[in-house]
Write a protein of this length. Structure first.
Length: 449
């Protein structure tokens, strides 16, 4: 006999937008919701309310957030807005004055208070159990691990410190306990994120905290070493090239963490970097890259660059192309500059770059990088590489079954893939050895051995 409760749990529909750091915020809110007995709805229609976690970094991201809020208002009408765009609520209130509440980023308690007012919980402690690792929005085999909030840098194109505040690091023991729970739950890959990962611990003076039977400093190297001991792949994102990063490269060389470094260089022209208020010693950066590769020959570097920043000349752009030719970065992403409301770059008085020129430079940079990427991947043909499986049941070009995975040089959703065939069944989350048989500009093909 099926028993239907007379007081069903409130249903919440959730929209998460923006970067992986915002995704972690969403996971924390959803974990709190499930811990209090709320159910999650796949649709706005029929839910008791909708929560929209917004992104407010670029105008295009704000437009996407406003569209999501509008859809939620149309399909449900009871909407709570949180996230980066909530730090400056004027535009939201102007377009959607009837939203239930607006909170800024990381305001978990404020979000929950708003939820309690709009849809009081009906919690049954015997039934509403939450996994020890919390609720995750990523696949079961990988998870983002946020080690700090905010940022102490003041890049002229960025308003993140204005939205999220200065650097606030978590204690090492807090981070490691979360990581340990994730690994025990089946996570095979930890993606370490923050706004400035290599600045971790500066604000708390690298304070020690007790984890297991020892004290661990809140320092980038110490944390990376301990995370690498947990038995999962450890991937480091958003790392600024401070001198102490050299020590972490040694951890990569010995296999403690993945030989993967995500560094947002943004540009290579000294004049553009100065306008961006970014480190401008680009020649020294090339020296560092060469040094890192001497320490860890397997190192793969990914970075992002901005073209069309105010004042960028053709000479500046050519410096960037020449630098990329010498740096030979394995993975590169590119963005056309967008002015961000409230960013200091708007008041530099520099000549704006036209949209046509931005697009032309974007195309040239990506075409140049495609050639670099193709050479790097071609060199892997014939090698045996570890691959983590993300998806199974795909069909190959000849109708054969293939799986999609990634090497240790590829982060999910932003880097390349490996398409592998296998004589034995594969499961999502498996880490297998594959012999690479062919490549293109971004992806590899192979066979599980």
């Amino acid at each position: 006999m099926t028993v239907i409760s007379e007081n069903p749990a409130p249903k919440i529909s959730f929209v998460s937008l923006g970067c992986p750091k915002a995704l972690v915020d969403s996971e924390r809110i959803i974990t709190k919701l499930r811990a209090e007995g709320y159910e999650l709805s796949r649709t706005h229609d029929g839910a008791d309310l909708v929560i929209v976690n917004t992104c407010g970094f670029l105008d295009s991201a704000k437009a996407e957030s406003l569209e999501a809020i509008g859809t939620a208002m149309k399909e449900n009408g009871r909407v709570i807005v949180t996230g980066c765009m909530g730090a400056e609520p004027e535009q939201i209130m102007r377009d959607y004055p009837n939203v239930l509440a607006i909170t800024g980023p990381q305001a978990y308690e404020s979000v929950m208070n708003a939820v309690h007012l709009a849809a009081p919980p009906k919690h049954d402690p015997f039934l509403d159990l939450v996994p020890e690792q919390g609720i995750k929005l990523t696949p079961r085999h990988y998870a983002y691990l946020k080690i700090s909030e905010g940022c102490n840098n003041r890049c002229s194109f960025c308003i993140i410190p204005k939205l999220r505040g200065d650097l606030v690091s978590r204690s090492a023991s807090d981070v490691l306990r979360e990581a340990e729970k994730l690994v025990k739950s089946g996570v095979k890959e930890l993606l370490v994120i923050s706004q400035d990962t290599s600045a971790y611990g500066v604000d708390i003076k690298y304070a020690e905290s007790l984890w297991q039977d020892r004290s661990v400093r809140a320092k980038f190297y110490d944390l990376a070493k301990e995370l690498g001991s947990l038995g999962a792949w450890t991937r480091l994102h958003y790392v600024y090239p401070y001198p102490h990063v050299d020590q972490v490269i040694e951890l990569m060389a010995e296999g403690t963490v993945l030989p993967y470094l995500d560094i947002p260089f943004q540009h290579a022209s000294p004049s553009v970097l100065k306008s961006m208020k970014r480190p401008a010693h680009i020649e020294k950066t090339l020296e560092r890259i060469h040094k890192w590769r001497n320490i860890c020959p397997d190192l793969g570097i990914r970075s992002t660059f901005i073209v069309g920043f105010p004042g960028e000349t053709e000479d500046d752009f050519q410096i960037l192309l020449d630098w990329l030719d010498e740096a030979k970065l394995e993975r590169v992403g590119c963005f056309k500059y967008e002015p961000v409301r409230g960013a200091p770059a708007n008041d530099l008085g520099l000549e704006l770059v036209s949209e046509d020129v931005k697009q032309h430079r974007y195309n040239r940079l990506m075409e140049r990088q495609q050639a670099v990427s193709a050479r790097v991947l071609k060199a892997r043909i014939g090698k045996r590489l570890q691959v983590i499986i993300d998806q199974i049941g795909l069909k190959g070009s000849e109708g054969s079954a293939v799986a999609k995975g990634r090497t240790k040089w590829d982060a999910p959703e932003i880097d390349g893939n490996v398409f592998v065939s296998s004589k034995r069944p594969l499961r999502v989350g498996d880490i297998v050895t594959a012999k690479i048989t062919s490549s293109d500009k971004y992806d590899l093909n192979g066979m599980v051995v």
